[in-house]
Write a protein that binds this ligand. Structure first.
Ligand SMILES: *[C@@H]1O[C@H](CO)[C@@H](O)[C@H](O)[C@H]1NC(C)=O
Length: 573
């Protein structure tokens, strides 16, 4: 056989294999499930059926710690600043905004169904998806879907769903049980169709319970099994209701929680664990069904959550919406054909990377407008990963009570400007968090020394340990100058500039990692960069979000780049 014939044969064989080897993907996405409050410890089925048979990613993040923006980030593979779904309700977010932004024609289910894959979705979809608008339009690309509809989304014993184009009320049956039944029914349908399938299961657990009259049940959420975990209290991490306040901006001004508030948080924690145990039972049912239908060997299962959660950390009442590790660090586990067993990985990834990864699992080409990239999942790829080291996290939300859903309903709303942009970095030489708030406050944490994020040297410029410390054998302010520029790039990055942010400032490719950027020969270049400086506005209003352009190394300032027609830094560079 000539080399050319051999080549042709290999190409043919690969193509045939690709069709035969088409697998299925199931994503289970919890609602508000943390990692750092130890919620995974009650998921014994997830441990034995997914963790022990797959990969646990220990550095996976959401990019906005709030349901709707985070789910849209996941469904599109795009940063929230590129979907402009930054909140829950109009005009900042919610289902109508998703539709208006053209995203209903351009998201995961559509791409999968265009590639001949059956798609099923059960559970919580997104905010402002209601009994009124759930079919006008319907989510595109769905083979079938049954979603929780507002105002019955969080009413656990009175939930409201769509079944086809009908609104169906389910009084008296716990929402988790309905979710289980529907997920198993879709697996039956999928098995019968004999086509590759994607199933999204999004239970509302462990979110707080909110009845249709707007009453928040305390201690929420409704336990699936009464009494279980009553002895468990919220973990006493170093940042648990500390004697000295921590953080920046309004967080730094918080008073210590009262004993009563701490106790309520503990009860809340126990009921969250009960509700998470309900998801854990469902995972077993799903795996049993896959076995039963002989689908287990060619089905990937991904377990994750939309955002994390805090209880009494940094003196905060239960909730999310912060940039602290409790709120942004979320579970990500995967098992399936070819996935190594019992592995943990510290490669950095975010929800932006999940749509690219799911396309890859289905052998569908990547999309050029993705802000994320495939998360490695084979032993070799994990070992040799040259992955990005930065995740960009942001929040746009002013004019709301930040504290918690409970407090908003029960006491007069306090108004905060919860608007900030941050980068979470894990490099070969250090692990950092850096954020800039709209009121000018800043935060820096050396996560290797201070994983609880308790001492922020930027809160007051007093001589602190951090200022005396050297990073990469360079003074601390030199590290900050690099982080400022990285934040400026990532806060409006798009496509390749999100995946390779340093390339925006260094198109010559000489700087790929923070380590490279620390070189003293760039000190002056970084000193002259514009700084992140955005106003306190509740959405991504670019005119009021401060500078967005960085100077490019060797190209002079912005004007120079304009003269050369090179200033547009979307895609490529
Ligand atoms: C995002 O949406 C808001 C609300 O409609 C709008 O004011 C803002 O200009 C939009 N931002 C971008 C970047 O399109």
């Amino acid at each position: 056989m000539s080399p050319r014939q051999l080549m042709a044969l290999i190409v043919l064989a690969t193509a045939v294999l690709a069709t035969i080897a088409t697998s299925n993907v199931i994503v289970v996405m919890a609602d508000d499930q943390d990692i750092l409050l130890d919620s995974m410890s009650v998921m014994l089925n997830v441990k034995s059926l997914i963790a022990d048979r797959g990969i646990t990613y220990e550095r996976h993040y959401c990019t906005v710690s709030w349901c709707c923006p985070s789910r849209v980030n996941f469904l599109t593979g795009k940063a929230a600043h590129n979907t402009n779904v930054t909140g829950l309700e109009s005009p900042w977010g919610g289902w109508p905004k998703f539709v208006n932004q053209g995203l209903n024609k351009n998201y995961l289910q559509v791409w999968l169904s265009d590639a001949g894959i059956n798609t099923y979705y059960v559970g919580k979809f997104m905010n402002a998806y209601t009994t009124e608008n759930f079919y006008t339009p319907a989510p595109r690309g769905s083979t079938d879907f049954s979603m929780l509809l507002e105002p019955g989304c969080y009413d656990f014993l009175n939930s409201i769903w769509n079944e086809g184009n009908k609104v169906v009320k389910k009084p008296g049956v716990h929402t988790q049980k309905i979710t289980n039944d529907k997920a198993l029914q879709y697996l039956d349908d999928a098995a019968e169709s004999k086509k590759p399938f994607f199933l999204m299961v999004a239970p509302v657990a462990p979110h707080v319970e909110i009845t249709q009259s707007g009453v928040v049940i305390n201690p929420p959420p409704m336990p699936a099994q009464k009494g279980l975990f009553n002895d468990r209290v919220a973990p006493r991490r170093k940042n648990f209701n500390p004697d000295v306040s921590s953080g920046a901006s309004w967080v730094a001004n918080k008073r210590k929680l009262t004993e009563k508030e701490v106790k309520a948080g503990d009860a809340h924690h126990a009921s969250r664990l009960r509700s998470i145990a309900g998801i854990d039972d469902m995972v077993k049912m799903i795996v049993d069904k896959l076995k039963d239908k002989k689908l287990l060997d060619n089905t990937y299962i991904i377990y994750t959550s939309d955002n994390g959660y805090h209880i009494s950390n940094h003196r905060l009442l239960p909730g999310k919406r912060c940039g602290y590790e409790e709120d942004i660090s979320i579970p990500l586990l995967i098992t399936g054909p070819g996935i190594p067993q019992k592995q943990t990985s510290r490669i950095v990834s975010s929800h932006t990377d999940l749509a690219p990864t799911i396309l890859k699992l289905f052998n569908i080409p990547q999309r050029p407008d993705f802000d994320g990239s495939v998360i490695e999942y084979t032993s070799n790829a994990l070992k040799n990963s040259k992955r990005k080291e930065t995740v960009n996290v942001a929040f746009w939300d002013s004019d709301v009570a930040h504290e918690s859903v409970e407090q908003k309903k029960t006491t007069a709303a306090q108004v905060y400007n919860n608007v900030w942009k941050s980068v979470r970095l894990q490099t070969a030489y250090g692990d950092f968090y850096y954020s800039v708030w709209c009121d000018g406050s800043k935060e820096f944490y050396d996560m290797d020394d201070d994983f609880a994020q308790m001492s922020n040297p930027l809160r007051s410029q007093a001589a602190t340990a951090a200022y005396a410390k050297q990073y990469f054998s360079r003074p601390f302010p030199q590290l900050l100058a690099r982080l400022d520029t990285l934040l400026l790039i990532t806060k409006t990055c798009k496509g390749d500039s999100c995946r390779n942010p340093w390339r925006v400032a260094f198109p010559n490719g000489k700087v790929k990692y923070l380590y490279d950027a620390m070189d003293a020969k760039y000190d002056e270049f970084f000193a002259r960069q514009p700084k992140v400086d955005s106003e306190c506005v509740p959405g991504d209003i670019r005119e009021r979000s401060g500078p967005a352009e960085v100077n490019v190394f060797g190209w002079g300032g912005k004007r120079e780049r304009e003269r050369r027609g090179l200033w547009e830094r979307e895609e490529g560079c």
